[in-house]
Design a protein around this ligand. Structure first.
Ligand SMILES: O=P(O)(O)OC[C@H]1O[C@H](OP(=O)(O)OP(=O)(O)O)[C@H](O)[C@@H]1O
Length: 207
């Protein structure tokens, strides 16, 4: 809901305008004007709460999975199941360094696919040089291949966006799978994003 619209409704209501006059003034239907006039204060409070929640990040600690290769294997089996279920055809699994790598390795192993590693630019520091992310030379090259990309967590989506922009220049990214998504995005750079778990904020009524 648009905060400015809600504020305007409150202002017009306080100025003594009728529902009909508010509808006309704001160019909305009578039903919308009535709903807004009746709920404006509550809606504004909710909007303000959502804005505040939007600035909160959540720390994800998944080391009870990551500290055990067997538990990671269970996670990778879930991803394998999703990939099979979706009938995704691909040649290589791209793991985003660092935390996406072990999961990508296990998925590639379970499906007999190649393994590619992408190192995001934030993990590279070369003084005086323009930094870009890169494909690690020790693993499979990605050129002209169909790729599934794997990472542990998406927060803003900027790491995956950077990776996908580069990959799209040289190969064909089909799908991104992550353990946990905090971004709420369904796709990044037009590539579908599938999380095993998605985290979102909800409004909690204060009592
Ligand atoms: O969506 P974003 O805002 O870009 O954040 C998500 C990225 O941040 C983390 O990497 P990080 O470099 O912190 O740690 P890592 O070495 O464990 O991968 C995570 O593994 C993602 O790659």
């Amino acid at each position: 809901m648009n905060k400015d619209l809600i504020r305007k409704v409150i202002e017009l209501k306080n100025n003594g305008l009728t529902i009909g006059e508010i509808a006309e003034e704001l160019n909305v239907s009578m039903e919308t004007a009535r709903y807004l006039a009746l709920n404006a204060e509550k809606l504004l409070k909710e909007e303000e709460k959502i804005t505040k929640l939007g600035n909160i990040d959540i720390f994800i600690d998944w080391r009870n999975i990551g500290s055990s290769a067997n538990r990671l294997k269970s996670i990778s089996s879930i991803i394998v199941d999703i990939l099979k279920n979706r009938n995704i055809e691909f040649d290589t699994v791209v793991g985003i360094s660092t935390s996406g790598v072990p999961i990508a390795t296990l998925v590639a192993s379970e499906l007999g696919k190649e393994l590619t590693i992408y190192i995001p630019k934030k993990h590279i520091s070369e003084e005086g040089k323009k930094i870009t992310g890169s494909i690690s030379h020790n693993f499979s090259p990605v050129h002209y291949k169909r790729a599934v990309i794997i990472d542990d967590v998406v927060t803003s989506g900027s790491t995956l966006k950077e990776c996908l922009k580069q990959l799209k220049e040289v190969c064909s990214p089909k799908l991104v799978v992550v353990l946990i998504d905090k971004s709420g995005l369904d796709e990044i750079e037009d590539v579908p994003l599938i999380p095993l778990i998605r985290i979102g904020a909800v409004n909690v009524e204060q009592h």
